[in-house]
Design a protein around this ligand. Structure first.
Ligand code: R5P
Length: 262
């Protein structure tokens, strides 16, 4: 592991310095693109690493911030996910990320880019709770739910969600086979918690006896953990973003991905 000095100037700007010679080496940089100061740190690290002329540089972005802004909704807006993808892949040999909200954004990469799944890690941690049903809160997370259900050998289904704005989601009524069951809702991100709260209401109304939630990226904005804890029987996230619910590590998945060279 290279010795890296990271600090902030009095005006808040970032400073990085790498104290080891990386010439000819295979270098892995691990940094999120969220919150914004981490993105700047990542770009500075890539520049500092490139100065050493390494053999390869792999940029690992466990939580890819801005990935949900993958469209231009109004004239004059950027496609933020495209902007970040382009900039983070300009000075790296490869980029690896986990449970990207919309994997097609990687098509904007300047270098090879891969999305890997954190769901095997979620499934490992879920074993302890022994759920007998896995639920995806919307169609977009069905692939995640099926990976977990396959690992645990249990049934799965999805609900139909419509997002009205950043904070408001509505769930269409849909029958799911959860009466008397212990259900785990899995999702890529929990942000405001609105999605999980609406899904939990539907599950309880349909007779689920136990409802918990697990996600890869626990953003938990604006007191989401405090809103979720009273309505859920359990809640955890991985360590792509550290918070009080980060129970499971995706280090194994990342190490495996790094061994499989592109
Ligand atoms: C969106 O489709 C994602 O998969 C998550 O369901 C969403 O980001 C969760 O957001 P929130 O917790 O604010 O409802």
């Amino acid at each position: 592991m290279a010795i890296t000095e990271l600090k902030r100037f009095p005006d808040g700007e970032g400073y990085v310095r790498i104290h080891d010679d990386l010439a000819g080496q295979e270098v892995v940089i691990v940094q999120n693109s969220y919150p914004d100061p981490n993105l700047v740190e990542l770009l500075l690290l890539q520049d500092a690493v490139m100065e050493y002329k390494p053999a390869r540089v792999i940029t690992v972005v466990p939580y890819f911030g801005y990935a949900r802004q993958d469209k231009k909704f109004n004239q004059g807006e950027p496609i933020s996910a495209r902007a970040l993808t382009r900039h983070m892949t300009r000075f790296t040999t490869e980029l690896i990320t986990i449970d990207l909200h919309e994997t097609s954004i990687l098509e904007w990469s300047d270098s090879p880019a891969r999305n890997i799944s954190g769901m095997p890690a979620i499934a490992r941690a879920l074993k302890e709770y022994a759920p007998d049903f896995i639920l995806s809160p919307d169609k977009g997370a069905v692939d995640l739910a099926t990976i977990v259900a396959d690992h645990l050998g249990c049934g799965w289904d999805y609900l139909e969600k419509t997002r009205l704005d950043g904070e408001t989601v509505v769930m269409k009524a849909k029958k799911v086979d959860v009466a008397g069951k212990k259900v785990a809702i899995v999702d890529d991100i929990i942000a405001t918690g609105g999605t999980i709260i609406r899904a939990t209401e539907q599950l309880r109304d349909q007779g689920a006896t136990y409802v918990m939630a697990a996600c890869t990226h626990g953003l938990f904005t604006g007191g989401a953990i405090e809103r979720l804890n009273p309505v859920l029987d359990g809640l955890f996230s991985t360590d792509t973003l550290m918070n009080s619910t980060s129970k499971v590590s995706v280090a194994v998945e990342l190490a495996d991905a790094l061994q499989q060279k592109n």
